[in-house]
Design a protein around this ligand. Structure first.
Ligand SMILES: C[S@@+](CC[C@H](N)C(=O)[O-])C[C@H]1O[C@@H](n2cnc3c(N)ncnc32)[C@H](O)[C@@H]1O
Length: 237
């Protein structure tokens, strides 16, 4: 079976300007962090849990942009947890489908699971775990690649990380599993316009704030196939 966990090479690819750096990975994690923060105003001064935090760069960006009072990430790969510690990001080892006891004992205002659900054998278990640790009124923000673009990127070899995807997660799946976990006000929207998402492969990296501003009007229309990602939002009653 495909292994959904990632390793040190992935983190090196996200070291902006470093050896092995890959512009498309840097662009994507910054884009996801900004999209998450913009969807969770309660993050400012609140408590953030980031599921599948890798080496913590996306978490670090959400902390910088969103200003939570407390933040912690959970990651299954011990290589990546060690790297997060070296980089100064608060990531602990654990499985997001069955959270460590020290996390289950805490409550959070925002739980993020960015580009993670598609890596899990049991994404529904991760949604139940998120529900359990959210405070009443708290919010889950998740993202997953659009299944169409993900298959294409994998088949063409352009996006090597696709090999670690064990599930296709679409809006219908998210609505069904989030609702079964107890979430309400479940919303999904496409994001990351394909035209700008592929520019970093050509060495052109648009500022993520500008890219999100330009694509925002289009995400309300029913052409979701022009976006390579989906954003999922759900609230705990
Ligand atoms: C594509 S990366 C996304 C990293 C980060 N969330 C982001 O948006 O940049 C997915 C991460 O989830 C981790 N992961 C996979 N299965 C996991 C599990 N069962 N529990 C915790 N983390 C897991 C992988 O090792 C990898 O670091």
């Amino acid at each position: 079976m495909t292994d959904g966990s990632m390793h040190a090479d992935y983190a090196r690819g996200r070291d902006d300007g470093g050896k092995g750096s890959r512009a498309e990975l840097v662009y994507r994690y910054r884009f996801r962090a900004l999209a998450a923060v913009r969807s969770a105003p309660m993050l400012r001064g609140g408590r953030l849990l980031d599921l599948g935090a890798a080496e913590g760069r996306t978490l670090g960006e959400m902390m910088r942009l969103g200003g939570p009072a407390q933040a912690v990430g959970v990651e299954i790969s011990t290589d990546l947890v060690e790297m997060a510690t070296r980089l100064g990001f608060p990531v602990i080892a654990g499985d997001v489908q069955d959270l460590p006891a020290e996390i289950r004992a805490r409550r959070f205002d925002v739980v993020t699971a960015m580009a993670v659900l598609e890596h899990l054998p049991d994404p529904a278990a991760a949604l139940r775990s998120a529900f359990e640790v959210l405070a009443p009124g708290g919010r889950l923000i998740a993202s997953a690649p659009s299944p169409f673009w993900d298959r294409l990127a994998g088949a063409s070899g352009i996006h090597k990380e696709q090999a670690h995807h064990v599930h296709e997660v679409d809006g219908a799946f998210f609505r069904r599993t989030a609702s079964a976990a107890g979430f309400v006000r479940i919303r999904t929207r496409p994001f990351m316009f394909v035209g700008t998402a592929f520019l970093p492969y050509l060495g052109l990296v648009p500022p993520v704030e500008l890219a999100q501003r330009l694509e925002a009007p289009f995400s309300r229309f029913p052409f979701s196939s022009i976006f390579i990602n989906q954003l999922f939002i759900a609230d705990r009653p």
